[in-house]
Design a binder for this molecule. Structure first.
Ligand code: BDR
Ligand code: CA
Length: 314
């Protein structure tokens, strides 16, 4: 059973992912050992309150939620309020959670939990990688302590979603992302190339809205905002629930197709800063970095059906 430490910027698709993780915990298929938040879609304090709201709504109590980095390592902070609302949950005005974040920074929590359970934890990161980068700086031995790192981020053959080539989670903190890709730990990267084809549409959204439960009503409500933001890009009613694909591939890797290549982040390009770069030439690997398993596709039907079933099960 996967023991997951979830690092996120909650965020509408991060919130849906928390519902999915909560359903896995209920079914005994995963353990959620902690949540850390980072700047990105919103500031990390708002992200922590949102995470607590979702965990409480899903009936998952006792999961520590730690606030993490408020800004990137080497650039100004930006939020994605147009996509996620000013509160990160589609301006749905949810009441404050009963719980509070723990009194430990998210990077310190990663290091402490990894040391306490060597070789067991899956670090699932669906926001900018500042907390993971900071954790690597706090403890350079961290890669040997972690079972696997699964990241939603990057774009290779697919266009970027912030600039022509850069995807949001990498663009928000390119230096941290490059530190993470340079580290010697088993990594799975789930880029836009894999997430965009999983976009849900009318039928999926209607089935969600038709279900009468608190979790389904919450998911439908926050997705209304996200769908409105996505519709011009997709040119149809729909949304890409990126982060949930990374979570699903963390527990069911056989649902993905992968290419194994070292990954670097462009740190200097005037037009390309924050772009993920791999060497797609069929030459022998001429890179001292450990190859990353990059998801290039997935079983879209299985993803959509399992995600919907998980929300409806709560
Ligand atoms: C990623 O950016 C964020 O806005 C989403 O939550 C997702 O993690 C997609 O590029
Ligand atoms: Ca996210």
């Amino acid at each position: 059973m996967a023991a997951i430490l979830f690092d996120c910027d909650t965020g509408i698709d991060d919130a849906i992912t928390l519902l999915y993780l909560a359903s896995l915990v209920r079914e005994g298929k995963a353990e959620l050992v902690g949540v850390g938040t980072v700047h990105g879609n919103v500031d990390p304090e708002s992200g922590a309150l949102n995470s607590l709201r979702v965990l409480e709504l899903a009936g998952l109590h006792g999961v520590p939620v730690a606030v993490g980095a408020a800004r990137p390592m080497a650039q100004d902070v930006h939020y994605a309020l147009d996509w996620h609302g000013t509160d990160g949950l589609g301006d749905t005005g949810l009441p404050d959670p009963a719980g509070r974040p723990v009194d430990e920074a998210a990077a310190a929590q990663i290091v402490r939990l990894a040391r306490s359970r060597p070789g067991e934890l899956t670090l699932l990161a669906t926001g900018p990688l500042t907390n993971l980068g900071a954790a690597l700086l706090l403890d350079p031995q961290l890669p040997a302590l972690v079972r696997e790192v699964v990241i939603m981020g990057g774009a290779f053959d697919h266009p970027g979603n912030v600039t022509t080539h850069a995807e949001a989670n990498i663009w928000h903190d390119p230096e941290a992302a490059d530190l993470v890709f340079a580290a010697d730990w088993p990594m799975v990267l789930v880029p836009l190339d894999a997430t965009h084809p999983t976009a849900v549409g009318d039928a999926w959204l209607d089935r969600l809205s038709a279900h009468d439960s608190e979790a389904a009503r919450f998911a439908a409500k926050i997705l209304d905002f996200y769908v409105a933001a996505y519709t011009p890009t997709l040119k149809r009613r729909g949304a890409v629930i990126h982060d949930a694909l990374a979570a699903m591939l963390a527990v069911d890797p056989e649902l993905g197709e992968y290419a194994e290549r070292p990954v670097r982040v462009e740190l200097r390009g005037e037009l390309t800063r924050g772009t993920t770069v791999w060497d797609a030439r069929s030459l022998p690997a001429d890179d001292d970095r450990r190859p990353v398993r990059v998801a290039v596709g997935s079983d879209v039907t299985a993803f959509q059906e399992r995600l919907l079933a998980s929300i409806l099960s709560l």
